[in-house]
Write a protein that binds this ligand. Structure first.
Ligand code: NAD
Ligand code: TYD
Length: 368
């Protein structure tokens, strides 16, 4: 039976990739996107599907409980997939307020609305509330520690991860106390198209194209487990189809990289692209280091992030065993695809960085 999804944060990086994936995979389903369009949310991310009549965009804040209730009722939503969040650790260190508001209070607002509409009426409505979370709630690992499993105790270290941990606990409590039909997924670092250029991978690509320094925090030996964003969407799909209500599922890539090696790898890939195709040197005349084959000269070690988690690694065995989850994209092909996507799509990343594309696209949607 066709579903009606409410996707919060569907104009952000992972949310938008999920919307693209879902509309392609399930053309009969309706997808309602609720997004406040913060600095990280851009309708440009949904531009190529904006004419799809199964997609509806609503600009609004998840903290507005009445609005959420109205959408759940008016649109007859049966599945809520919750991506909306403040997501950048460095910003959470500089100013945690927005993280507490959106990640904790915003999730609480969605849970209240979902309970009222789906559980508190004359008869319960069949539903699913899927909460998208992160591996960062588990804290940090030593070099030889086993990867995080769903049973690893929560030990968040940044205001970002603490706010996500709090939201995970609220979701769990709404299941145990009220019987809300919830699932939660905890995923490792994502990369791919539409990744906002403040995060490591797109920042390195766009800085190289501008011939700007590549800031590497501390000794650069911190480790992250990188997953192509479409594999995250596939993992969430499996949790929605086959996951047990009340359970958490880890989603990851078995793909651990030290930051410094990621930075060097992206530099090498860009050098190869520039050497193979003269179009890029013409399009990006400022990319002197990439043109000269000397991107490593841009690497600059800078002061470490306070409280910087040393290593994340996800053990996704349960999700593999119970749901048949397996990443489809190899890192080799995914990172090359991503580098090429940024080379081709400079209009997108220049626009989202200076806000101009956002204003332009918002006008196209002003009727909604
Ligand atoms: P993002 O910052 O790119 O996008 C967040 C989106 O949420 C934006 O479109 C923004 O406009 C919207 N938003 C923010 N506050 C809102 C509010 N109050 N009301 C409505 N919309 C609001 O984030 P992302 O990287 O796409 O992450 C999406 C989710 O996935 C987050 O919950 C994040 O914690 C989780 N996650 C991210 C990663 C990663 O590597 N980026 C990994 C694991 C989990
Ligand atoms: P980031 O993309 O911010 O994701 P997260 O902190 O959620 O893992 O950062 C990935 C890693 O890269 C993290 O260890 C911090 C590091 N980093 C840098 O070394 N330099 C940078 O400029 C940025 C943005 C991140």
């Amino acid at each position: 039976m066709a579903k009606t999804l409410l996707v919060t944060g569907g104009a952000g990086f992972i949310g938008a990739n999920f919307v693209h994936y879902w509309l392609a995979q399930y053309p009969k389903d309706r997808v309602i996107v609720l997004d406040a369009l913060t600095y990280a949310g851009n309708l440009a991310n949904l531009d190529s599907v904006s004419a799809n009549e199964k997609l509806k965009f609503i600009r609004g804040n998840i903290c507005d409980t009445q609005l959420v209730e109205k959408i759940l009722v008016d649109e007859a939503v049966d599945t809520l997939v919750h991506f909306a969040a403040e997501s950048h650790v460095d910003r959470s260190i500089l100013g945690p307020d927005a993280f507490i508001e959106t990640n904790i209070l915003g999730t609480y607002s969605l849970l209240k609305a979902a309970k009222k509409v789906w559980l508190d009426g004359p008869a319960p409505v069949p539903h699913r509330f899927h909460h998208v979370s992160t591996d960062e709630v588990y804290g940090t690992l030593g070099p030889n520690d086993p990867a995080f499993t769903e049973n690893t105790p929560y030990a968040p270290n940044s205001p970002y991860s603490a706010s996500k941990a709090a939201s995970d606990h609220l979701v769990r409590a709404y299941h145990h106390t009220y019987g809300l039909q919830v699932t939660t997924s905890n995923c490792s670092n994502n990369y791919g198209p539409f990744h906002f250029p403040e995060k490591l991978i797109p920042l390195v690509i766009t800085n190289i194209l501008h011939n700007k320094k590549l800031p590497v925090y501390g000794d650069g030996l911190q480790i992250r487990d990188w997953l192509y964003v479409e594999d995250h969407a596939r993992g969430i799909d499996l949790v929605l189809q086959k996951g047990q209500v009340g359970e958490n599922y880890n989603i990851g890539g078995h793909n651990e990289w030290a930051n410094i090696n990621i930075v060097k790898l992206i530099g090498k890939l860009l050098e190869q692209e520039f050497a193979a195709d003269s179009r890029w040197a013409e399009k990006y005349p400022t990319a002197a280091a990439a043109i000269a084959g000397d991107t490593e000269s841009l690497i600059t070690f800078v002061k470490d992030r306070p409280g910087h988690d040393r290593r994340y690694a996800i053990d996704a065995a349960k999700t593999g065993r119970e749901l048949g989850y397996k990443p489809q994209e190899s890192f080799e092909s995914g990172i090359r695809k991503t580098v090429r996507w940024y080379l081709e799509n400079d209009a997108w990343w220049k626009g989202v960085m200076d806000g101009s594309y956002k204003d332009w696209v918002a006008k196209q949607y002003s009727h909604q």
